[in-house]
Design a binder for this molecule. Structure first.
Ligand code: FAD
Length: 377
């Protein structure tokens, strides 16, 4: 499985209620790990039971596999939605959960989960955001998506200094000799993005790809070839096989041609690599959870793990008869919310409320009750 992030991806997050990392731990009822379709719907089911949620995802945008792997492909098996794309499903889910105002912490992976003496869980992310929460719902799909690394011995030493797998701020690369590696949408999107800068030329913007064919959108490939023709950027077909350094700085790359094996020296200031993303179960494997075939074992009454108060829903869990489908994850999220409510409101009976008729739910959703709602439940 492979996918990539793009400039559009980074922008999408700006419309969400995005959390900021502070020195203090964020205290909450529930932390949802993963903002795929199931994590998003989990926020809704928790909200109906008045449980507030914070959502963390290692990607810079929400939607999980739907947005990363098939944003424009049609899905035909969402109940009562005959057809919608991965993107449309994500947008609808965001609209559905909006009344509950979840806070999103994107671009960060939950790395640690530990139970505290008071029974709550302390969570920490790769960006240092900390949470203290009564319940945790793992909706981590096939694991955290991590960028595929460039495999050249010693080059990792330059990561986050001159070698990057994500663009946080394009201004960081202005007026720099830039090499972009990759042949998918992210590599092409960013190459075209930087080519717009007035000072760019074939000396300051180089795209390196291992073969003549590109996976990116044909229109972008066409535009890139036009820019190469106008010497606004350079295209090298080959693989990065080595580098030169001076005074601790990366100064040039060695690119070996695929056909003739000739080595081209490319001087640079910064290297952006977009080789796609691959999922990694990663830190979840170290949290003392029962695992089976790289998935988290749960019961089918509450979708709770062997650690009381920690639930797992969606593609990440396993139980007899499990099917990795979005609709299964939605069902699991509903029952996990009821399971979580037992910890958040230990002394309160939790009743099922119909969204059609419950005035309490209407209030939570901020909607007017229908004129002939019938008896409230
Ligand atoms: P995901 O969508 O995988 O989302 C999990 C999220 O968790 C990711 O964004 C990840 O970055 C994040 N994450 C993981 N670990 C961490 C961590 N430690 N910290 C922070 N974030 C983390 N299903 C259907 O029902 N119908 C279909 O037609 C269909 N078509 C598909 C087509 C394709 C090509 C593919 C690949 C899948 C398809 N599926 C379909 C399957 C469906 O996409 C999955 O079942 C669904 O995405 C699972 O949702 P999820 O929320 O559990 O996980």
């Amino acid at each position: 499985m492979s996918t990539e992030s793009s400039p559009l991806a980074a922008q999408a997050a700006t419309t969400l209620n995005v959390g900021t990392a502070g020195a203090d731990a964020i205290e909450t009822d529930a932390v949802v790990i993963g903002a795929g379709p199931v994590g998003l719907f989990q926020v809704f089911e928790l909200g109906l039971l008045e449980i507030k949620a914070q959502v963390v995802d290692s990607l810079p945008r929400v939607g999980g596999q739907c947005m990363e792997l098939y944003p424009d492909k049609p899905i035909y098996d969402i109940p009562a939605v005959p057809v919608c794309s991965g993107r449309e499903l994500t947008e609808s889910l965001l609209k559905q959960i909006a009344p509950f105002h979840p806070t999103f912490h994107l671009g960060q992976t939950v790395t640690a989960l530990q139970r505290q003496d008071d029974g709550r869980f302390a969570l920490q992310t790769s960006r240092g955001t900390r949470f203290l929460t009564r319940t945790v719902i793992i909706a981590a799909g096939v694991g955290a998506f991590e960028p595929r690394r460039l495999r050249v011995e010693g080059i990792a030493d330059f990561e986050n200094a001159q070698l990057f797998y994500r663009v946080r701020d394009p201004a960081d690369f202005a007026a720099k000799r830039l090499v972009i590696a990759g042949g998918g949408d992210s590599a092409l999107d960013w190459a075209l993005n930087f080519a717009r800068e007035a000072t760019r030329s074939a000396d300051t913007l180089v795209l390196v790809h291992r073969r003549h064919e590109f996976r990116a959108a044909p229109s972008n490939v066409g535009r890139m070839r036009e820019l190469v023709g106008q010497s606004r950027m350079r295209l090298l077909i080959g693989q990065i096989t080595g580098f030169e350094q001076a005074d601790g700085c990366l100064t040039a790359l060695q690119v070996t041609g695929v056909e003739d094996q000739t080595v081209t020296r490319v001087p640079l200031d910064a290297l952006l690599v977009f080789f796609g993303l691959s999922p990694r179960l990663g830190p979840i494997a170290d949290w003392g959870l029962d695992l089976e075939r790289r998935a988290v074992a749960v019961d089918t009454e509450r979708f709770e793990t062997n650690v009381a108060g920690v639930f797992a829903v969606g593609d990440i869990n396993i139980y007899p008869g499990k099917k990795k489908l979005i609709l299964s994850g939605f069902h699991e999220a509903a029952l996990a919310a009821f399971g979580a409510a037992r910890y958040v409101f230990p002394n309160k009976p939790i009743h099922l409320q119909y969204t059609t008729t419950s005035t309490k739910v209407h209030k939570l959703l901020g909607v007017e009750p229908p004129a002939h709602a019938g008896p409230a439940r």
